[in-house]
Structures are given as C-alpha cells and as structure tokens.
Design a protein around this ligand. Structure first.
Ligand code: ARG
Length: 498
C-alpha cells in the first residue's frame, strides 16, 4: 500500500479492490515482459527531458534516475519479474520506482506522460528490435540460398508449370528465384521499420500536455527517426504493426512455398533433395520413414502468422478515436508473428545449409516428359524460319507419335526419322544437340533466363543487394545502440558517475 489508500497507481477514484477475475482478464504482464528494457529506457529519457525543460528539479531527477538504474540492473540480472496485480509493465516499473524513491520524487515521473503514449512507445521500440532480428534471419537465408545457387548454377533439373514438367532449368536458377523473393521481403520489412521507428512519446493521454515538453529530445534519446506529430494520431495508430504483420505474412508465405518444395522434392517419387537427419524426424510406427517435418511445420507457421494479421486488422477496424483498451491485445499477435518468423528462419537456414541436392536424379528428371519440346520448336523457328505456331503444331505431332510408340525425345534416331516425315529432316546427332537438357539451358539467352552464365550474374547482383541491405541493418542497429549509450551517458552524468 502507498499513501492514497491503494497500491494501484490509479487508486484515488476507487473504493474497493478489483475482482480477481477482472484482474486476470485485464493484466498484460506476459506480453509486456518483452518490453521491460524499453519501458525503463523510455522512462529515463522522459525524466531527462522533464528536467531539461524545467519541469523536474535536479534533485528529483537524480532520485528517479537512481531507481530506474536499479530497476535496469535488477532486470538485467533476471530479478525484476512483473507482478500480475500491477497490471502491466508501466505500472510495475513505476511502482518499483515509487517504492524506492518514495512518492515525493517517484510520483513525479508520470508528469506530462500517459500510459497511452508510453505503451505505444514501448511497442514501437521493442518491435523495431524484432524487425532487425527478422531481417538478419532473412539475410542469413538469402546467403545460404545464393551460395547453393552459385554452386549449382549448371546443374539441370525440371522446371514446372501446373506442377507438370515444363522446361529444363538449373537448380541455381530455381534457388536464386527464391532468394530474389526474399530480397523483396527484406525491403518490405525495412519499410515497416521506417514507419515503426517514429516516436509517439509526449502525446500524453491524447491531447498533448500543458507542460513545455520537448518531444524531439525524447525521440532522439530513444533512437527514433522522428516524431509522430499529432498527439491523437500518436496514441491511436497501429498501422505500423499492421504493416509489420503484412510484411511478416508475405515473408512466411514465401518461406512456406520454399518449404513446400522441400517436402515435395524430397519425396522419393521426386527424389531430388535429401534433408539432413538433423532437420528431419522419424515415424513412431514405420521404421523406414524420414519425414521433412521442418518444411511441413514451416507451412503451418505461415498459417499462424497470416492469422495474426487478420487478428490485428479485425481488432482495429471499428475502434473510435483515442486510446481504447482493445489496444492491449495488439501486442501478442505481433510478438507471436515475430517469434514464429524468427524460429522458422533459424530452422530454414540450418536445413538449407545441410540439404543435399541429388544432382543425378535432378538431371535425370530435367529432360523427362518431353520437357525439351519447346526448345526444339524454337530451333525450327530460328534455323528453318518456320512460324512458331507451325513449329508448335509440328513438335506436338512428334510428341504424340513418340507417346504412341512408348518413346521419348531421348530416342534421337527415331525423333530424327519422324521429323523427316514431317518435312524437317535432321540427323540423330543434331537432335541430341538440341534436346539435351544441358544444351537447352545454355541455349537460353534472355535477361534473367536459366542460362548458367545469367544465373551467375543474377546471383552476383543479389549478393550485392544483400551486402547493401546488411549495411543498412547494421547502421540501424548502431543508431539504436548509440542512442541507448547517449541516454545512459546522461544518466551517469546526473548520478555523478563520470
Ligand atoms: N496495458 C495497457 C496496454 O497494453 C497500457 C495502457 C493502458 N492505458 C489505460 N488507460 N488503461 O494497452
């Protein structure tokens, strides 16, 4: 109990204690436990600003900072656990401070501040850290895929449309395409970061404050890139979180599609991939089974993240202006989505680092099911000056005849014979030189094609982009570390520790 008759920070208006069921219904300590460090940092910056603006005396500032630093040390030592009866992280930190510093100094920290601007400040600060971690995970996966793509730039495999064999491609081409998609995922996350890293602190409850505060100063001490200027907008907007969930959903869908191919291609029917034992699991009844569960669980995690996006959109859609308590439930879906993404990326990186591409089997399937037929038609257009539609018809007849005879395009002599009958005489060697899957991939010439040289060039381009993206992540992380250091430097200065 503190004076005022209640240990609640809003005790004055209330005559009795909150019902136990209501307390359990309304507290948010589990979700909030992720942003304790942010809450303390935010409080330090707020106190420093109050003093700088002449709102808080040097003596009170020192007392407040002394206890916030103790809270930080306790937290870092794992000793500051959030008490459920104090509802949330903000009340826990403030209570710790009031108990330590006493109500005279401790009771002044909340001047010109509300939990409404405080909570969304903590949210944004914690989220930007998750975003950088996810981006690092995406970068690691891009690197693994690009290394593999380079190594397998010339190894042929079947390319699919409608899940049917379509044209020969290279494994490098396939993997570089996934890496290109992940590059855009990183760009989306980087965009979400920009919108997330804006400071709402100083908006107070909704209307701003009658104290002469300096919102720019707090923003800079907290490592924000700018201020959410409108106080009302600052407390009621969560679009930064929606954007993050949308970017994470797209990322997870891309990871899921990549995972789907691990599941399918590692099935013995395809036999083109083998997942390392470390990333597979067995069956409790069928002793022979080795299951690609990492891929399957990735698909499932993607469903969970897309669900969290729907949850937040639905939570927001009819909320009126200002803070609404519904906002409290905005954090769990975001934390869950970030944690799903991080866990998935970690496993995907490990799995792709250790996966085996069965290049023999890939090559065997590359030319199966008449996959080189398109290139044979292209050859006739190019070398014999026949309109493409006629070539399409002619090669279609050839395939029909081969199917009827139970043969394939690899039966070069018979292919040559049938082509002769269709008015396009050719030697068996000529046929072989056109339909061999390796020849087919080398024959591709267009920008971004599966030609191994083009694959290597694209991989190099994607590597350069990865390097730039990583520099951007490092710079963003450094900016946060510098801001944290600057706040701590000022804290130590006040406390006379330097
Ligand atoms: N725990 C609350 C949340 O997460 C903090 C803000 C509560 N504000 C209030 N006026 N009750 O949103």
């Amino acid at each position: 109990m503190t004076e005022g008759g209640s240990d609640k920070l809003w005790g004055g208006r209330f005559s009795g204690d909150v019902d136990d069921t209501m307390l359990r219904f309304s507290e948010s300590t589990e979700a909030d436990s992720r942003m304790v460090a942010e809450d303390i940092w935010g409080s330090e910056a707020h106190a420093l600003m109050l003093h700088e603006c002449g709102i808080l005396s040097a003596e009170h500032l020192r007392e407040i900072l002394r206890w916030l630093e103790k809270a930080r040390e306790e937290f870092e030592a794992g000793r500051l656990t959030l008490r459920v009866e104090l509802e949330d992280v903000h009340m826990n930190v403030e209570s710790y401070l009031r108990e330590g510093a006493g109500p005279e100094a401790g009771g002044r920290l909340h001047t010109a501040r509300s939990r409404n601007d405080q909570v969304v400040t903590d949210f944004r600060m914690r989220l930007r850290r998750y975003l950088l971690d996810v981006r690092r995970g995406v970068a690691a996966l891009r690197e693994v895929l690009l290394d593999l793509a380079e190594r397998h730039a010339e190894d042929t495999m079947p390319g699919f449309t409608h899940t049917q064999h379509a044209q020969p491609i290279t494994a490098g081409f396939w993997l570089a395409a996934h890496a290109a998609g992940l590059e855009r995922d990183d760009r989306r996350l980087a965009q979400a970061y920009l919108r997330t890293n804006q400071s709402p602190l100083g908006a107070a409850a909704l209307a701003g404050t009658s104290f002469p505060t300096d919102r720019e100063l707090i923003a800079s001490l907290l490592g924000f890139d700018g201020v959410v200027v409108s106080a009302l907008d600052a407390v009621q907007s969560r679009d930064f979180a929606v954007e993050t969930l949308a970017a994470l959903s797209m990322l997870m869908v891309n990871l899921s599609r990549l995972a789907e191919e691990v599941v399918v291609f590692s099935s013995p029917a395809f036999g083109m991939l083998e997942v390392d034992d470390a990333f597979a699991t067995g069956s409790s009844i069928m002793p022979q089974k080795k299951n690609p569960c990492a891929g399957e669980l990735t698909r499932a995690r993607a469903a969970a993240v897309a669900g969290r996006l729907m949850e937040l959109l639905t939570l927001l859609k009819a909320l009126p202006s200002g803070y609404n308590r519904d906002f409290q439930n905005d954090k769990p879906p975001v934390w869950q989505a970030c944690e799903h993404a991080l866990a998935t990326l970690e496993v995907m990186v490990g799995m792709w680092r250790t996966i085996t591409l069965k290049t023999g089997r890939m090559a065997e399937l590359a030319g199966a099911e008449f996959a080189s037929a398109t290139e044979l038609a292209n050859y006739l257009v190019r070398e014999r000056n026949v309109p493409f539609r006629d070539c399409h018809e002619l090669v279609g007849s050839l395939v029909g005849a081969l199917v009827a005879e139970g043969l394939t395009l690899d039966d070069h002599a018979r292919v040559a014979e049938i082509l002769g009958g269709l008015g396009q005489p050719m030697t068996a060697d000529q046929v072989a030189g056109i339909v061999d899957p390796a020849a087919v991939v080398w024959a591709q010439k267009s920008l971004g094609s599966t030609n191994p040289d083009e694959v290597r060039r694209v991989v190099e381009e994607l590597r350069r982009a990865l390097g730039i993206d990583r520099e951007e992540m490092d710079a963003a992380a450094q900016r946060l570390a510098d801001a944290r250091e600057e706040t701590l430097r000022r804290v130590r200065e006040v406390l006379g520790e330097e």
